[in-house]
Ligand binder design. Structure first.
Ligand SMILES: *Cc1c(COP(=O)(O)O)cnc(C)c1O
Length: 349
């Protein structure tokens, strides 16, 4: 049985969190002389002289309506990358604990583990980019705290089989992190409705992809109240700045616009696949549930360099194990995609 007390670091369990001025007085007052802010204002039209809400209540309330998840089950990070780092710092003892990664996958899990001096046990995906459940089961020991699964997966684009993830959720006594950065583009269902089912589930989402807000840095973690409370204790007090909170609140009114972009992206993705398939140098295009496609080619470096010379940048993943010969191409606007296709037509000229 999963019990958060079995995996929480002792220093975090005993941690007395920083208590900010905004923590100590919550409510409305007319004169605030408690946080050493500049009482005169800020040198901007928008006023930012006051510290932001440390727990971002207004943003969470709106996200709660959109996602159908209670506010108490939402953690917000300065990008998903901060949520990932906070998880390592909350649950993994440096030099002692380990986590399971399933490459090829998003690079930040490894980097964040390395920064925190946490061993990673890397169990490669199978040839069809699915979980090697036997390999994972063998790698787990009493010091394994977390398993990171990215679905839809970056850079391969496919979704991970739901039944396999459920097997891990049921049988693993640590935390299963499901990174759903690309879920808005997927035919698969999100896992955020399963939070009541699995106490060891953490779902990561982000406003950086479908929502078009990569520059504002807002990542979400959906988890049990206990896990969210720990993450809030460990994060820097004012991790989401006031400009981001205000702008995100405004952006979250535009659900229709975002849904339109998602539809267009999927249409463009299908068109891009059809056009790319015509080239001799394209050996395979992997099925994608995301806003990018992984394309296996005869000469990834040659094609990459040609595109760079035309001012077009894709991601060369050919040195990644299981992605030999592969380029990862983000779906662009119709115009950008046709520029790409035209540049590829000139490849052998
Ligand atoms: C792009 C991406 C993210 C986004 O990270 P942010 O820090 O929220 O911008 C997270 N996970 C995966 C797998 C991604 O590809």
């Amino acid at each position: 049985m999963f019990d958060i007390n079995n995996i929480l670091r002792k220093n975090i369990k005993n941690l007395v969190p920083y208590s900010s001025a905004r923590d100590e007085f919550k409510g409305e007052a007319s004169v605030y002389l408690d946080a050493n802010e500049n009482a005169f204002g800020s040198p901007l039209d928008q006023q930012y002289n006051r510290y932001p809400d440390p727990l971002q209540y207004a943003v969470k309330k709106r996200l709660s309506e959109i996602k159908g998840v209670p506010v108490r089950n939402i953690f917000l990070g300065n990008g998903s990358d901060e949520a990932i780092d906070v998880l390592f710092r909350s649950f993994c003892n440096p030099g002692i604990d380990n986590v399971i990664l399933v490459p090829p996958t998003y690079g930040m899990y490894q980097v964040s583990a390395n920064i925190n001096d946490i061993e990673t046990r890397n169990i490669m995906l199978t040839a069809d980019y699915q979980l090697n459940l036997e390999g994972i089961a063998e790698a787990i020991d009493e010091r394994t705290k977390m398993i990171f699964i990215c679905s839809p997966n970056n850079p391969t684009g496919n979704s991970i089989n739901r039944a396999d993830i459920e097997t891990l959720l049921v049988n693993f006594n640590g935390i299963v992190v499901i990174d759903e950065a690309y879920i808005n583009f997927s035919r698969q269902k999100t896992f955020i409705q399963e939070l009541t089912e699995y106490a060891n589930l953490i779902v990561l989402q982000t406003l950086s992809k479908a929502w078009g807000l990569a520059g504002l840095r807002l990542g979400m973690a959906f988890a049990s109240e206990e896990i969210v409370a720990v993450m809030n204790k460990v994060k820097p007090p004012y991790n989401i700045n006031d400009a981001t909170q205000k702008l995100v609140l405004e952006a979250l009114q535009q659900v229709d616009q975002v849904n339109n972009w998602i539809k267009q992206t999927l249409t463009e993705r299908d068109q891009l696949v059809l056009n790319l398939k015509k080239f001799d140098f394209v050996l395979d295009i992997y099925p994608s549930d995301a806003n990018f496609i992984l394309v296996k080619t005869t000469d990834a470096n040659g094609i990459y360099n040609h595109l760079v010379s035309q001012g077009i940048i894709v991601r060369n993943r050919s040195k990644v194990e299981l992605c030999e010969g592969c380029l990862r191409i983000t779906v662009g606007t119709p115009n950008e995609n046709s520029i790409l296709i035209n540049a590829l037509k000139n490849l052998h000229n």
